[in-house]
Design a protein around this ligand. Structure first.
Ligand SMILES: *[C@@H]1O[C@H](CO)[C@@H](O)[C@H](O)[C@H]1NC(C)=O
Ligand SMILES: *[C@@H]1O[C@H](CO)[C@@H](O)[C@H](O)[C@H]1NC(C)=O
Ligand SMILES: *[C@@H]1O[C@H](CO)[C@@H](O)[C@H](O)[C@H]1NC(C)=O
Ligand SMILES: *[C@@H]1O[C@H](CO)[C@@H](O)[C@H](O)[C@H]1NC(C)=O
Ligand SMILES: *[C@@H]1O[C@H](CO)[C@@H](O)[C@H](O)[C@H]1NC(C)=O
Ligand SMILES: *[C@@H]1O[C@H](CO)[C@@H](O)[C@H](O)[C@H]1NC(C)=O
Ligand SMILES: *[C@@H]1O[C@H](CO)[C@@H](O)[C@H](O)[C@H]1NC(C)=O
Ligand SMILES: *[C@@H]1O[C@H](CO)[C@@H](O)[C@H](O)[C@H]1NC(C)=O
Length: 580
């Protein structure tokens, strides 16, 4: 959870200090495939930054990066990974972390909430090979991790970030790369380069006149009053006989992230709802974080159809925004967005030509049904949305090659909320799914078939709000080829979790369980699957298989002791904890 400045007062007021059991350091992790890197390549590891984030609000870590010279020619690497390792011991909220390199956001993460005693440690290794053009130049590397230290929140996040470069060779060819990566960001050099919307963010971008292909990557997460956007509900007074907690006055649960080129929609994303580790019941996310918490998913658009417009040598207006399904399409504050364009140019310096031959991007259609407002006040609300985009262009490169480009998105969304028992029960069933495809001369380039079903069943166990429980069933199913330089891969992840939480002046207590079934495979033949379960902070089952599976750890069966609850809670629907 990243707290925008107006919300500081909320943290100041949030004080529930908690008892602990002294035990060994807790190893937190998010389930994910290990990056598919060459096993037999020479590796060069450099430390990029090392920083203890204490009171770091507004004070990002800014370092100068120099490419390594001892792993083959600069930019010829077979792969690049980042290793972010963090320790923490005490009481703290989850925090958002944004890695910006050369003004391009390359990784959005968040922090597991610490425990006191021996504390926690986590490592996440991320594949950043697609950003090779950035790593091949010296430049600024920025980690923004806005943390607060104040009464009741004492924890520092001690971080270290290493990059590992894998030398290319005959058997491990250099990674394919774009010619140019253009940031769609605030371009600042002293903080993370995300922008906060609303309002719509716009930036002038000028592409080389011989650009022939361009692909966008978007980062998007709801923060502040938008953290639990899937739970947002806008009651109309005549339909809602209840006095809902203040935060229920959201803008409905539907959010569409959009990119516009000169005011025309170029593509959209129906975002995956990342739950941070303080989300709803923190005990459900320890030691296994919610899926995506350490590596938020990103979204890919083929904007090659706009090349005929973008290659005139003039600046063009690229915009990012988020809309709701409400009549005015507004959202609450705030979403953090950023993006980049991976651009490919022709070998000829002659300007590219072409034209957009078909453009169809009608606004999404949506329905909101409020049914069965019972005598008892129960509310059932269903929001649906459908979106279709179809854009075609013909592009002719300076060397005379013709590319017929078709870009289509076909997305569906449904969110059903049941608010029961005088608001003590709040159930959400959401699914967003879609089929995204671009073809160049009939050959698939960008592919994204996704389905993100989520159900949250939240219950306040007593009307004082001092105890609550929740169950979660969250999946991330994605068949993705994000860029022409990256192989197509398929991920199926399902996480079910449960948790109880009891707030007490003598120390909060609770429990949680978390179960993951994860599989990854890609067109290069790499496979990985993991079934891992935790109960009460202990790993109770863990099996990894596949070509990317790490070698068995000597103490793999060792139970992970559970050390208590020093995490901070944020509840859905704007519910406040007692005493706030
Ligand atoms: C990641 O970095 C940490 C801290 O430097 C190190 O202990 C760990 O071995 C590294 N893990 C991997 C997989 O490189
Ligand atoms: C964690 O912090 C507590 C004080 O809050 C301290 O007693 C303990 O030694 C620390 N643990 C580690 C591993 O540094
Ligand atoms: C950041 O930009 C400002 C204004 O352009 C400049 O004065 C400053 O030197 C830059 N800082 C770094 C670290 O590049
Ligand atoms: C983009 O540049 C044009 C002039 O070419 C200017 O009028 C416009 O305000 C700029 N837009 C942004 C968002 O900077
Ligand atoms: C850029 O496009 C956005 C979205 O259509 C629009 O709100 C904004 O006014 C435009 N900016 C300029 C300078 O034309
Ligand atoms: C509804 O709330 C009351 C407390 O107000 C509780 O006693 C009852 O068990 C709840 N019913 C359900 C179905 O959760
Ligand atoms: C968690 O605590 C609740 C309430 O005390 C209890 O009913 C439940 O069985 C506990 N769950 C586990 C997995 O121990
Ligand atoms: C968790 O693991 C610890 C350490 O092995 C053990 O003492 C504790 O009983 C375990 N808890 C459960 C519920 O299995």
């Amino acid at each position: 959870m990243q707290l925008p400045k107006p919300f500081l007062f909320f943290v100041l007021a949030t004080l529930h200090s908690i008892g602990f059991v002294d035990a060994a350091v807790l190893v937190d992790f998010q389930v994910a495939q290990p990056p598919p890197v060459p096993k037999d390549a020479k590796q060069c590891t450099i430390e990029i930054l090392r920083r203890d984030f204490a009171f770091s609000f507004g004070s990002a870590e800014v370092v100068q990066f120099e490419p390594p010279v001892d792993c083959g020619a600069i930019g010829s690497w077979a792969a690049i990974t980042l290793n972010f390792t963090v320790t923490s011991n005490g009481t703290q909220f989850d925090r958002l972390g944004i890695f910006t390199f050369q003004n391009v956001e390359i990784w959005r993460t968040s922090t597991p909430e610490p425990t006191r005693g021996d504390g926690i440690i986590w490592t996440y290794v991320k594949d950043v090979t697609r950003f090779t053009p950035l790593f091949a130049m010296p430049g600024l590397f920025i980690l923004q991790l806005d943390n607060l230290i104040q009464p009741g929140l004492d924890e520092i996040y001690s971080t270290v970030l290493h990059a590992t470069f894998y030398a290319s060779s005959h058997s491990n060819p250099p990674a394919k790369k774009a010619d140019l990566i253009v940031p769609i960001s605030n371009l600042r050099n002293d903080t993370g380069n995300e922008v906060s919307v609303p309002p719509t963010f716009s930036l002038n971008v000028t592409l080389p006149r011989n650009a022939i292909q361009a692909f966008a990557e978007l980062y998007a997460s709801g923060n502040g009053n938008e953290e639990f956007w899937v739970n947002s509900y806008k009651p109309s007074l005549e339909l809602c006989p209840l006095t809902l907690p203040a935060g229920f006055l959201g803008q409905g649960p539907f959010r569409e992230v959009r990119m516009l080129v000169d005011g025309q929609v170029a593509g959209v994303a129906y975002p995956y709802a990342t739950i941070f580790t303080g989300g709803i019941v923190p005990t459900a996310w320890r030691p296994i974080t919610s899926y995506g918490a350490l590596d938020l998913p990103t979204y890919f658009l083929d904007i090659t159809p706009f090349i005929p417009i973008l290659v005139d040598g003039q600046p063009h207006n690229i915009s990012l925004d988020v809309t709701s399904a409400e009549e005015d399409h507004t959202i609450l504050q705030n979403w953090f967005l950023s993006g980049s364009l991976q651009v490919f140019v022709d070998i000829s310096s002659k300007p590219t030509t072409g034209k957009v031959t078909q453009y169809s991007a009608d606004p999404f259609s949506t329905t909101t049904t409020v049914g069965n407002v019972g005598d008892n006040g129960d509310i059932h609300v269903t929001v649906t949305a459908l979106r279709k985009i179809h854009i075609e262009s013909t592009i002719i490169s300076g060397t005379g090659k013709e590319n017929r480009v078709v870009w289509s998105q076909d997305l569906q969304y449904q969110n059903v909320q049941n608010i029961l028992n005088n608001t003590l029960i709040q159930n959400v069933f959401q699914t967003s799914s879609g089929s995204v495809l671009s073809t160049h001369n009939g050959v698939p380039v960008i592919v994204d078939r996704f389905s993100y079903p989520l159900s949250i069943h939240f219950t306040e166990l007593d009307p004082t709000g001092n105890s609550f429980k929740s169950t979660f069933d969250h999946s991330y199913n994605r068949d993705l080829r994000p860029l022409p330089t990256v192989v197509r891969s398929r991920i199926s992840e399902r996480q079910t979790a449960t948790g109880f939480f009891f707030i007490s002046p003598d120390g909060n207590t609770g429990n949680g369980t978390n179960s993951n079934t994860f599989s990854y495979s890609d067109q290069a033949g790499n496979t990985y699957s993991r079934v891992v379960e935790a109960a009460l902070g202990n790993i109770t089952f863990d099996k990894q298989t596949g070509s990317l599976a790490p070698l068995p750890m000597p103490n793999q069966d060792h139970l992970q002791p559970f050390t208590g609850f020093t995490g901070k809670v944020r509840l859905p629907g704007g519910r406040k904890l007692p005493g706030l």
